[in-house]
Design a protein around this ligand. Structure first.
Ligand code: 2BA
Length: 109
């Protein structure tokens, strides 16, 4: 069994959730925050048998789009921790950031 962590943009969540449910793949959604943009995204935890991993990765690919985002992160100015400057940055986000991890043991009680 493998555990797929997929970090997706909030705009893609409904589409991916629907496809996972339709194909009978179980998942848990966690509200998460990107460390760079500090804006909300969603992390799916999807436990699947090894032979379904590629199918799930295809579903994620089909459901998640890449987007340009203009954001204004806060960055430290100089050595003063309390001094911050804001400036707009354009970044390309997504489609999805995915980690596939082997599960040593799976139990449900
Ligand atoms: P954020 O950390 O908010 O990053 C959003 C987007 O900002 C990234 O898109 C990337 O295009 C850009 N970015 C991130 N760090 C940067 C930096 N130091 N300098 C310049 N640009 C930077 P994605 O790569 O598609 O990542 C989307 C989200 O996936 C990330 O949101 C984060 O929540 C997660 N993520 C990406 N790589 C990760 C990793 N190696 N480990 C854990 N989470 C990751």
């Amino acid at each position: 069994m493998q555990l797929i962590y997929a970090i997706v943009q909030d705009k893609d969540v409904a589409r991916l959730s629907e496809r996972l449910v339709k194909t009978g793949i179980r998942a848990t959604k966690l509200a998460s925050t990107g460390g760079f943009l500090r804006s909300g995204n969603t992390t799916f935890m999807i436990g699947v048998d090894d032979e379904r991993v590629d199918e799930v990765l295809d579903l994620i690919k089909q459901s998640c789009r890449s987007r340009e985002q203009l954001v204004t992160p806060l960055s430290p100015l100089g050595n003063q921790v309390e001094s911050y400057v804001s400036y707009p940055v354009s970044v390309q986000v997504g489609g999805a950031t995915v980690f596939v991890v082997k599960v040593d043991r799976f139990e449900q009680f």
